[in-house]
Design a protein around this ligand. Structure first.
Ligand SMILES: C[S@@+](CC[C@H](N)C(=O)[O-])C[C@H]1O[C@@H](n2cnc3c(N)ncnc32)[C@H](O)[C@@H]1O
Length: 185
């Protein structure tokens, strides 16, 4: 067994938690990789709500889902901090990839205030034993500030309501992404 990267481990966790018929959120659609993974897991009776502020990301994600033949996703150009305008059902899971879109505009990054607002809204919607997953990239300008604020926020979530996991390689050079998983108890 090989230890998985944070990104790979995020999909391993989704495989464990998300079942056909579930409602789920991709908070940072980007190129649509997580939206496609979620659409496959929830199937025709479930639904994926997918958010990005960049038109190019929304277009790319819609194209990826259409090419794969999935019609079970609502993909909107809207900040995830406003996700409660679109999602009004309990969710089994939500996934965030923090940072910038690698093949896009590197100046468009996620920001701690809006990220934490969106995370709070996801926890409000989360079903018992559901999982909110954050893959945090922080090597870019602004990344360290987001990393420390998000880590501070998750660290202070009440233990009687949530279990919080951090998954991280400690001996890698540069700034390898790490994963946070928040489970509602
Ligand atoms: C690391 S990328 C996501 C990669 C994506 N998961 C994929 O599979 O390609 C981060 C994305 O977050 C988006 N983003 C930044 N601020 C946002 C916000 N407030 N709401 C939603 N998306 C946002 C960026 O436009 C960017 O596409």
């Amino acid at each position: 067994m090989k230890l998985q990267s944070a990104l790979h481990f995020s999909h391993t966790l989704l495989d464990q938690v998300v079942k056909p018929g579930d409602n789920v959120i991709d908070a940072t659609a980007g190129m649509g990789n997580d939206t496609l993974k979620l659409a496959q897991l929830v199937g025709p009776n479930g639904h994926v709500y997918s958010f990005d502020i960049q038109k190019t990301a929304v277009t790319a994600t819609k194209a990826k889902l259409a090419a794969a033949g999935y019609q079970n996703a609502t993909i909107v150009q809207l900040g995830h901090e406003q996700l409660d305008q679109v999602v009004r059902v309990p969710i089994k899971s939500a996934i965030f990839n923090l940072g910038y879109l690698p093949n896009g505009d590197h100046h468009v990054i996620t920001h701690p205030e809006t990220t934490i607002t969106a995370l709070e809204k996801c926890l409000d919607l989360l079903e018992t034993l559901g999982l909110v997953i954050v893959v945090c990239y922080y090597g870019h300008p602004g990344g360290e500030a987001e990393k420390s604020q998000v880590l501070d926020w998750v660290t202070h979530l009440p233990q009687r309501k949530f279990n919080v996991l951090q998954y991280q390689f400690l001996n890698q050079v540069h700034q390898p992404p790490f994963l946070l998983a928040i489970q509602k108890r």
